[in-house]
Design a protein. Sequence first.
Length: 436
Amino acid sequence: MTAEPPPGLSGEAKDSAVKTIYFFRGLAALADPAGDRKGAEDLFASLHDRHPEIGAYAVNLFAARISHLLGNDLFARLQGEDVVRGRKALIEADASMLHARNVSAADQEIFNCNKALLLLALGQSDEANEVLTAITPIGLRDRAAAYSAVALSRTGRLREALAVLDEAEKTAGKKHVLQAAREHIQTGKHFAATANLSSDDLTTRIQSAFFQFAQMAPSQQAAILIEAPDPLAKLLTNEIRTAAARVTSLAPMMTNVTIDSCEDDLSAHLREVLAAQVSRLGWTIPDQSKGGRTAKGNPGERDLLVQKDGITQSVVEAVVCGRPMTHEAMRKDLTAHFQKLFAYDHCTIFFHLSYAYIDKPATIIDYLREMAEKEAPNAFKYKSTEDIPHTDSRPPGFVAEYEGQFGPVKVVFLILDMAQEAQQEAANLSAVTKPR
């Protein structure tokens, strides 16, 4: 009850510590027979108001309200204005659980047992028994049996009530709640206890973290996942390079894929892989989306977009390189795709992908590096290039940085070796070398 956040914390870390302390203060207040139950209700109400998506907060707020209403007798019957408060608590609790995300089976069991308690207190014993009968016991088998016995006794089914308690004692032993239910049925004795509580704060904090992460802007998500001067650019580059590596690894199995002038087939493969990767971030990958401008003033047709909540984070433009870099038309095609990127949106990072079907794909990088320096639109002043190290199976390339009207803009150039001539040559050589 006296715990405070560790000194030196700030921002999200401090907020997380405060929420954890509030959570356990509420539990402590309810566990203490002389605890401040109204104070516990206020603590869980505060947590629930800030994070209605977290099931444990909704469950414990409901438990705190029941404990506050019933006082020192968990089997009490509400009277007067408390009946109105009880019905309101029941309605609000049901609504809260509908808005909670990823409620665990244990928390659902706790909620249903507490719901049965409140129905008993409101004089709705049949409804209470129906709720309890529908429960699949996990950790509250003895409590569910005790509450069910009380519900049965209040509907005139005393023999059944006692049989339920007898059977529960055979299975679970003489638990305190079972004995309390038997004494209440036989003599009307009060049961001094609190409603059932969820103490799984680890799950709560993880659920909260995932939910908050999903709501963040991509730049904030990237700052959490990657430590870099420009974390969003780094994260986007990592994701697209990884997806590209998976596509190129499938090249030997894609001999029947027809490549048309719009590179639609390969981009469709890339889109599916990339969309699966970034779905955890809440990002989407629309393809062939209209936007930006063409030379005629019409909307352009972007190959791929990276979006979150409908806001474009990056545009991906791809071109098939099926001719050597000595071919003028091929060089012009690469340059045109590069220049179109700047017309497609106001992003701070773009991607230029070359699907290489030539025997020396490294020559594409040499041309693109020169092109990136000299052929950008006038509004984008070339600043520098940075190589992307070839450290694994992901495609090589480089990043060119420009100074745009509103700040820095980056273009990531990647070469996807689809022909894989060097690997094919090695395979052919090994077949000749292999002893017969």
